[in-house]
Design a protein around this ligand. Structure first.
Ligand SMILES: Cc1ncc(COP(=O)(O)O)c(C=O)c1O
Length: 442
């Protein structure tokens, strides 16, 4: 059976669907964009327009859109063999194989994997793991988590407490009172060092100050996005190692939220590895399936899990669909394809070209403050929030999808699928340049 076609649906079909993170008023009298298919790094809409997907379907479609047949066959075989069985005090071969696979790709110290269905679920799971780790160790006061301002860690109530973006938090406050927010890695506009000729890592030391202010015996973990999304903020060299030292000093767990940066986005299976964080816990989702199915998880060291084992305590958390056989089979096939296509080598071979092309865009327009990023994750900071939507709209008219984001800074965020090369980077940056010129002259 073929999938549902847009043409077979009633004209007002869009009226029933309540969209994620959307202003529904925008779609009372018009349909949202309808994407019907994809090919390579291109998404194709109902009218046949092809868009270069410059954000990889929200940092997800690492291998692009063309592997449905191969992945679908793996999925079908899995469903024929075992459609579902909950991973509650039980498991199945695909979950075991995926666990082994993830541990083979994760930083060496990692020893355990919990599987979920997405990013927010993974973050909730890690929050509770951290709490239970210290409870089981007989340190019940160690329950605070230090996150960073501007961070996005998901939208469920626990993950939202870690999220440092007022726009997302305010409607739902009060949130978990055990979270504190420390400064982020702003560099160019840093409170501490914008005028010092380079990062002094004072933003890392501010996390230490926060731990001391709270009392180290009350702090359980520090959570960071290895590259912060909202402001497109990569850390300076040495930041990861400094945070690691600080966490070691106070017996605090270091947790890297790799929901975006995991599985290749920054030219390593885990960005925390490449950026020297040496984390105790990593949360992941998105890229593990390239979007061909929902899956996520938490990978952590033996030392994180051990207290629960020693205390003979149940991890009091889990989801019916965590480790779903379909998601595991799809993840395994996606990882196989990623390796076969050599996407990591591709990112490493092209990241400098991507960075240089984005810097060239920044230099071409007075509307841009700076280009920054790493791997296949590069953003433009614009001069004004009001510019982001018009610029993204103009880029779309030039056949490319980018993400306007005003949550931390006025940003245009790009993250090409990891299969792209010079041609797509040129197409993306050409569209950006043209769009900026269009907006400047409007
Ligand atoms: C760092 C980070 N953590 C968590 C999440 C939440 O993931 P999800 O949307 O799959 O729940 C996101 C989503 O973009 C993210 O960027």
């Amino acid at each position: 059976m073929n999938p549902v076609t847009f043409e077979s649906l009633p004209a007002d079909a869009h009226k029933g669907e309540w969209l994620n993170w959307s202003k529904m008023a925008d779609f009372q009298n018009q349909s949202p964009p309808v994407i019907v298919s994809g090919e390579g790094p291109y998404a194709i809409d109902k009218d046949g327009n092809r868009f270069l997907d410059g954000v990889s379907g929200l940092f997800t479609t690492q291998i692009g859109y063309s592997h449905g047949k191969e992945i679908g066959e793996a999925a079908a075989k899995q469903l024929e063999e075992l459609c579902f069985y909950p991973n509650w005090a039980a498991t199945h071969p695909s979950a075991l194989a995926l666990t082994e696979r993830i541990l083979g790709l994760a930083p060496d110290r990692m020893a355990r994997v919990l599987l979920t269905s997405g990013g927010s679920e993974s973050v909730e799971s890690a929050m509770k793991l951290v709490r239970q780790h210290f409870l089981a160790k007989g340190q019940p006061l160690k329950r605070k988590i230090i996150a960073r301002r501007g961070a996005y860690h998901g939208c469920t109530m626990g993950a939202l407490a870690l999220t440092g973006i007022p726009l997302s938090r305010v409607p739902f406050e009060p949130l978990d009172p055990n979270v504190r927010h420390a400064p982020n890695t702003h560099q160019r506009s840093c409170l501490y060092c914008h005028d010092k000729g380079g990062c002094t890592l004072t933003c890392a030391d501010a996390i230490e100050q926060q731990i001391l202010a709270e009392g180290p015996d009350t702090v359980a973990a520090v959570v960071v996005e290895p590259i912060q999304n909202g402001g497109g903020l990569p850390p300076a060299d040495g930041y990861g190692a400094r945070i690691r030292e600080i966490c070691n000093r106070y017996g605090v767990l270091l947790w890297c939220d790799e929901v975006i940066t995991g599985f290749g986005r920054v030219g390593g299976w885990f960005a925390s590895d490449r950026l020297g964080f040496d984390a105790d816990i990593c949360t992941f989702a998105k890229g593990i399936t390239s979007g061909y199915a929902p899956c996520g998880g938490v990978v952590f060291t033996e030392a994180v899990g051990e207290p629960l084992i020693n205390a003979d305590t149940m991890y009091a958390h889990g989801f019916t669909f965590g480790g779903h056989p379909l998601a595991c089979a799809v993840s395994l096939k996606n990882l196989e394809i990623m390796e076969r296509l050599g996407v990591m080598d591709n990112v490493l071979a092209n990241e400098d070209y991507y960075a240089a092309a984005m810097a060239d865009v920044a230099a071409s327009s007075d509307l841009v403050v700076e280009a920054r990023g790493k791997g296949f994750y590069h953003s433009l900071e614009l001069t004004d929030n009001a510019l982001t939507a018009p610029v993204a709209g103009a880029v779309r008219k030039h056949g490319v999808i980018v993400r306007p984001d005003v949550r931390v800074k006025p940003m245009i965020v790009t993250a090409l699928p990891l299969i792209c090369g010079h041609a797509e980077i040129d197409e993306l940056t050409g569209a950006l340049k043209a769009a900026l010129a269009d907006v400047a002259s409007a």
